[in-house]
Unconditional design. Structure first.
Length: 113
């Protein structure tokens, strides 16, 4: 059994909280005290967050390493809406992901003439 790390993709081996067996997500936090447990962000097939499964034990999920992602798939483009409401990320295999929670830090620079 692979030990999970933050951001690893995982699949539930049994129902956890309100999430069914075979639901998938990403590890967002790792705990070792008082016992090994993980917080997992559960997602839909198109990458939208459904919710958070708290304190999931390692025997309740399986780590899915990125070996299943074809090595010939590459990042291709990013389009950010002018109003900053969302961005569309494109990949060479035609898949597009829409990111709706964007955070920007606006900095002011003094222009010296």
């Amino acid at each position: 059994m692979l030990k999970a790390k933050r951001y690893d993709k995982v699949v539930l081996l049994e129902s956890v909280d309100n999430f069914p067996k075979d639901a998938w997500g990403a590890v967002v936090e790792v705990y070792t005290i008082p016992y090994e447990a993980y917080d997992i962000e559960i997602m839909t097939d198109d990458g939208r967050t459904i919710g958070l499964a708290d304190a999931v034990r390692p025997e309740q999920f399986e780590v899915k390493r990125n070996d299943s992602i074809p090595s010939d798939v590459r990042f291709q483009s990013v389009q950010i809406e002018k109003d900053g409401s969302h961005a569309i990320i494109g990949f060479s295999n035609g898949i597009q992901i829409t990111v709706t929670k964007l955070f920007f830090q606006k900095e002011k620079f003094d222009q010296k003439k």
